[in-house]
Ligand binder design. Structure first.
Ligand SMILES: Cc1cc2nc3c(=O)[nH]c(=O)nc-3n(C[C@H](O)[C@H](O)[C@H](O)COP(=O)(O)OP(=O)(O)OC[C@H]3O[C@@H](n4cnc5c(N)ncnc54)[C@H](O)[C@@H]3O)c2cc1C
Length: 439
């Protein structure tokens, strides 16, 4: 097999190339702040912004460089984040009323998200193009169309069925039999959103310390003591916004409170590639409506044109827990070639990966536990949800009205003997891959 990598290949996110990031806080952290936030992704940044606007002092710490968590690396696909379990699955676990509330909140989340970007005047290439979801046969189409119809009546979900004969109006490929267009979806440039949120926080006098891991936390009475790579500080409130990067603390005299979260999340590697630049005519043929795209494989695959309309960006699960630009790049390119055989001679310029966080009940969780606020577990659909739940959590911290969500009272559960390291996932992924190949 020829190498799929171009001579310009870089093992970095396509999104990081050419985006100017704001200069973050230097020196030591202040002695104390009203609120300390761990994690400078969308969750942490959104919460920080809202709290600063309410007059609180805020310090945000991130172990990595700004935008090197999932928020600066994702596919940039947004939408109501319809639940993985679907209406039937949700109803089975939570009953009809709760299932309805959870799905309805997805619609609120995307409406809030769009308004937020507009009101904040954030330039992040937001384009509400819709998303095409391809299926393999008429039976799958009938099932998907029927679920969409139910959701349309129940929560105002917008969709359009695309029949077999019309498939090429949506995608320049014979890979799918037919599909459905999700009307409320769209795309953006993820790193531009991180940069814009961070700049607003810094302009308002908030602190963002990057490459500053929080190494331990402890609590006495109403004060949180936070130890970081850049120095220690005290905080009135502490927020965990670490999602797929949540880990157990290894140091500290007291029982680390991080332990309360790490074993409730299943970190999974999601990987992406970006092709070389392509002629406009090719992009127009492959993506006639410039929509976001996905299929109905068990192993999620998602793809789209880049916001400038010059490249194809493709994402799927990584092969294991590590950032393996090379192996993931090859694997993803072969999956992309199956959908668009005409891209076979095209090379890839970028390959990267990051961590998403699944939960045992497939829903995000938000609230306060052991004195620590948290919002996390977006199950791979976190762009819209993190901004929305970040807003809600900031309202809960401020004690504001209308801060409640349908996720507040859900049990954020772990499983017996689960230690935060999902050793079983590669086996599950292999099995799902086998089922996908079998059709
Ligand atoms: C490749 C990829 C593609 C994706 N595509 C999509 C998509 O198209 N649409 C969608 O909706 N979602 C997508 N997602 C998911 C989405 O990006 C995430 O759900 C969302 O960004 C989560 O935001 P967050 O702020 O909660 O977490 P993150 O952005 O991951 O931020 C968490 C941060 O916490 C920091 N941290 C952890 N521990 C510590 C510590 N001890 N001290 C200091 N800092 C710490 C980490 O360094 C990290 O930066 C994708 C994710 C990936 C990886």
């Amino acid at each position: 097999m020829h190498s799929p990598f171009s001579t310009n290949f870089q093992p970095i996110p396509y999104w990081h190339d050419g985006v100017k990031m704001p200069r973050t806080s230097a020196g030591k952290p202040p002695k104390s702040v009203d609120i300390c936030i761990i994690g400078a992704g969308y969750t942490g940044l959104t919460i920080g912004l809202e709290l600063l606007r309410a007059g609180k002092s805020v310090a945000i710490f991130d172990a990595m460089k700004l935008g090197h968590g999932a928020s600066g690396k994702n596919g940039g696909m947004i939408g109501p984040s319809l639940h993985k379990l679907g209406l039937t699955g949700l109803t089975k676990i939570y009953g009809q009323a709760k299932a309805h509330d959870i799905l309805q909140e997805g619609i609120h989340a995307i409406e809030y998200f769009k308004k937020f970007i507009e009101q904040e005047n954030i330039d992040c290439d937001l384009a509400m193009t819709g998303r095409f979801r391809g299926v393999n046969n008429q039976q799958d189409l009938d099932n998907l169309a029927s679920e969409c119809e139910t959701l349309s009546k129940l929560i105002g979900f917008q969709y359009k069925v695309v029949s077999h004969q019309d498939i090429h109006t949506e995608i320049g490929s014979d890979h799918y039999h037919s599909g459905v267009v999700y009307g409320l979806d769209g795309g953006l440039h993820p790193q531009k959103l991180v940069a814009a949120l961070a700049k607003k926080i810094l302009d308002l006098g908030g602190y963002i310390f990057e490459q500053s891991r929080v190494t331990n936390i402890s609590q006495t009475k109403l004060i949180h003591h936070v130890e970081t790579a850049k120095g220690n500080l005290q905080a009135g409130e502490l927020v965990m916004a670490t999602n797929g990067y949540t880990k157990k603390f290894s140091t500290g005299a007291q029982k680390p409170k991080f332990s309360a979260f790490y074993n409730k999340l299943l970190p999974i590697t999601s990987a992406m590639i970006a092709t070389e630049t392509l002629p406009e005519a090719v992009i127009n043929k492959l993506f006639p409506k410039r929509r976001m795209h996905g299929g109905n494989h068990r192993l999620v695959q998602y793809y789209r044109p880049s916001p400038d309309g010059k490249r194809v960006l493709f994402g799927a699960r990584g092969v294991d827990f590590f950032d393996r630009a090379n192996i993931n790049g090859k694997n993803l390119k072969s999956l992309l070639d199956k959908i668009f055989p005409e891209l076979q001679p095209i090379k890839i310029d970028y390959s990267w990966s990051g961590k998403v966080a699944y939960t045992f009940d497939h829903v995000p969780h938000i609230g306060k536990q052991d004195g620590i606020y948290y919002a996390m577990g977006y199950c791979g659909s976190g762009v819209t949800r993190s901004v929305y739940l970040g807003k809600k959590l900031s309202m809960q911290i401020l004690g504001q009205e209308d801060s409640q969500t349908s996720f507040d009272d859900l049990n954020f559960q772990s499983k017996p003997f689960y230690n935060g390291s999902p050793w079983f996932l590669p086996i599950v992924l292999k099995w799902h891959g086998f089922l996908d190949r079998r059709g």
